[in-house]
Design a protein around this ligand. Structure first.
Ligand SMILES: Cc1cc2nc3c(=O)[nH]c(=O)nc-3n(C[C@H](O)[C@H](O)[C@H](O)COP(=O)(O)OP(=O)(O)OC[C@H]3O[C@@H](n4cnc5c(N)ncnc54)[C@H](O)[C@@H]3O)c2cc1C
Length: 372
């Protein structure tokens, strides 16, 4: 029986594993993928995210992360640009998540790759390689639901999102125009985020509602053609070289808090399993890391999952609801037009919005003061 069984080796699972192992707990981590892999993500590391990484002893810039200090919002023919209220970083998940898993292993975590979680039933977990039991189960399997015996069935989103991600090599001109900037292009039923990451690559991550995707043509070439045909925001595509054979894709994506569970439910839900914030604000990774810190603190204090849920909601609830409200405004054509009009008149409002949708910063508890 290990002290903690962690399901999923993304940012939330990897960080929780490293924190608990460094504090002397025995930790077993199960990850579905057999090696480093690309994930759907804009790869925009907000200030809170890189602060948490620094608290974990990870220097994102030493891994090649590039600084981003401006935001460019594009809607139809309108383009608004403003300074970010902090310097963010661009770093691919392929590199970042692997670094975290290596740190976790170095701290003594047993990492089991290529094992799929099939069902969680309290402290028993059914996997593709047999049942596992632990005193504490931390569910950190990311964006899509895992079968659970206790959690209430979440009502299906009637029109979920479909997501794509692709890395590109840009023309020199496009690269210069994008330098230091995260470019968000609003689409009907979604948005596309473009920014530089390490190694001179650009990351494009976009989502659209499934209904809109069906109307566009239901494939990646049609999505790219749509982007290239926009009055602004897609010109760079004509000269860009895709760096993956095919895009990373996801279907059935829904945002919002996880559905309710009974107060005595023993499972710790971390990262996107606890709640998926609107990705447009680029703070999901910070939230995933924060959930790992809160869970590790609770476990080290001998507190259970109910205390964890309460602390998690108190620290993240406001950020998630503000981000969701912003995403809803930008998705409604009338509200979007009004919002863009306001932003054109006062571009500094974009800086305020970027600030207002941040997770409040906090220092880790002293037992986690092991940066470096
Ligand atoms: C379109 C989009 C763009 C985004 N852009 C940004 C951004 O720019 N900045 C930002 O901060 N956030 C962004 N986010 C949010 C961010 O990607 C997530 O919040 C973050 O990855 C959550 O981390 P996690 O550890 O919970 O899940 P993940 O990082 O998804 O990790 C989950 C892990 O669990 C594994 N796994 C899954 N299922 C199983 C299973 N059944 N068995 C075993 N293992 C399993 C997976 O392989 C994976 O390694 C974006 C999200 C979306 C949808």
């Amino acid at each position: 029986m290990t002290d903690a069984l962690i399901l999923g080796g993304g940012l939330a699972g990897g960080a929780a594993a490293a924190l608990l192992a460094r504090a002397g707990k025995s930790v077993h981590l199960i990850e579905r993928e057999t090696g480093p892999h690309h994930k759907i993500c804009g790869e925009f590391l907000s200030i809170e995210a890189h602060q948490h990484l620094a608290d974990l002893g990870i220097d994102a810039q030493a891994l090649g992360a590039v600084p981003i200090d401006r935001v460019r919002l594009i809607s139809g023919p309108s383009q608004i640009e403003a300074a970010l209220p902090f310097t963010a970083l661009g770093l691919s998940r392929h590199i970042l998540d692997e670094e975290l898993l290596e740190r976790a292993q170095a701290a003594g975590v047993t990492l089991e790759r290529g094992v799929r979680v099939l069902e969680v039933a309290g402290s028993t977990v059914r996997t593709s390689h047999g049942d596992r039991v632990a005193s504490n189960v931390l569910l950190a399997t990311g964006k899509l639901p895992v079968r659970e015996d206790r959690q209430e069935h979440r009502e299906k989103d009637a029109d979920p999102y479909v997501g794509f991600k692709m890395h590109y090599r840009l023309s020199r001109r496009a690269k210069e125009q994008l330098a230091g900037t995260v470019q968000l292009t609003l689409l009907e039923g979604g948005y596309a985020g473009l920014q530089m990451v390490e190694g001179g690559r650009a990351n494009l991550c976009l989502i659209v509602k499934r209904s809109r995707f069906s109307r566009i043509g239901r494939n990646w070439s049609d999505m790219q053609a749509l982007l290239a045909s926009l009055p602004r925001g897609g010109e760079w595509l004509a000269e860009a070289e895709p760096l993956f054979d095919k895009p990373v894709t996801i279907g059935n994506l829904s945002y919002g808090m996880a559905s309710a569970c009974p107060s005595d439910d023993p499972v710790f839900r971390l990262g996107d399993q606890a709640g998926m914030t609107a990705s447009l604000t680029g703070d999901g990774m910070a939230l995933a890391l924060r959930s790992a810190f809160i869970a590790a603190e609770c476990l080290l204090e001998g507190k259970g999952a109910a205390d964890y849920r309460e602390r998690h909601r108190a620290e993240t609830g406001l950020q998630i609801s503000r981000a969701m409200a912003l995403q809803r405004v930008l998705e409604q054509p009338v509200l979007r037009t009004m919002g863009i009009g306001l932003l054109r008149a006062w571009p500094g409002l974009l800086t305020h919005l970027a600030f207002a949708t941040r997770l409040t910063q906090r220092r880790p508890e002293p037992e986690f003061g092991f940066a470096g």
